[in-house]
Design a protein around this ligand. Structure first.
Ligand code: COA
Length: 254
């Protein structure tokens, strides 16, 4: 399944473990992550959710081969269940990001409560480069967090940016040497797990609650656009070019 789960001292860890494919997330992995969040939310022994990849890679985002072989419709897309689970999680979520964090690897961070990044982290939202558009309410949350121009640069150009810039933008709490990241993020999660759980969850709900309706509406709008674009020739060209290890050619599109 390429997702590993464990619980230790109140911290429920969800680990992306498909290093040979840069932790690209398949439909089965999304489903496993959605199920893991459900499990963590239901388990009284789990007080904090920690999402991480390895020391070299967070995730290369959606598995493009999956997209090419069987483009999902927005309803059946198991990423939706993961997205819903993460954005509605009552328990606090800590993310530890090292190496590439592409697409959903960056946008999922907007739904986490504490985000720690290694100095080798390289974030990106390359949706336009793939003939797609942002998802996961990032078109709402990113401009709100960083200001419009900064979000527009990251989303419209889709170029990668480093952990230090992500911290400056407010997307990352702290940048650490790669070798120290996992221990630090785990310690922060353990600190949260030692606090009164109802107090932590209520505080989170008070901060996130007012946005939930807007997040839901934005995701619905994004999904409609994303679903149509996923089946369009621009995305096909981008995905095919990636596997043919060439630059995509969008010159025939207007
Ligand atoms: N989907 C499917 N396979 C992927 C993938 C993805 N999103 N990202 C990487 N892979 C595969 C590559 O095809 C390659 O497989 P191979 O060894 O069988 O050829 C393997 O993972 C290693 O990737 P590679 O590109 O050689 O690693 P890298 O270190 O040079 O670059 C990335 C890492 C993440 C920068 C680069 O892989 C990348 O840009 N991936 C695509 C990201 C993307 O567009 N994601 C979709 C967002 S919606």
């Amino acid at each position: 399944m390429s997702i590993e789960m464990s619980i230790n001292g109140g911290v429920f860890s969800i680990v992306l473990a498909r290093e040979e494919k840069k932790n690209a997330i398949t439909a089965a992995m999304y489903q496993a992550m959605a199920d893991a969040i459900k499990q963590a939310e239901a388990d009284p022994a789990a007080l904090v959710i920690l999402i991480r990849g390895g020391e070299k890679t967070f995730t290369a985002g959606n598995d493009l081969e999956d997209f090419l072989k069987r483009p999902p419709s927005s309803e059946e897309f198991s990423a939706q269940q993961f997205i819903r689970g993460l954005s509605h999680a009552a328990k606090p979520v800590v993310a530890a990001v090292a190496g590439p964090a592409v697409g959903i690897g960056t946008t999922m961070l907007l739904h986490c409560d504490l985000v720690y990044a290694a100095d080798n982290a390289r974030l990106s939202a390359p949706f336009t480069q793939l003939g797609l558009c942002p998802g996961f309410a990032s078109s709402l949350l990113l401009p709100r967090l960083t200001g419009y121009q900064r979000a527009a640069e990251k989303v419209l150009l889709g170029e990668p940016f480093l952990a230090a810039e992500a911290q400056e933008m407010g997307l990352v709490n702290k940048v650490l040497p790669a070798a120290e990241l996992m221990a630090f993020a785990t310690a922060q999660a353990a600190k949260l797990a030692a606090l009164p759980p109802v107090s932590v969850r209520t505080s989170k709900k008070l901060m996130r609650g007012p946005l939930m309706e807007s997040i839901k509406a934005q995701i619905a709008e994004e999904n409609e656009a994303f679903g149509a674009m996923l089946n369009a020739p621009e995305a096909k060209e981008a995905f095919t070019a990636f596997f043919e290890k060439r630059r995509p050619d969008f010159s025939r599109f207007s």
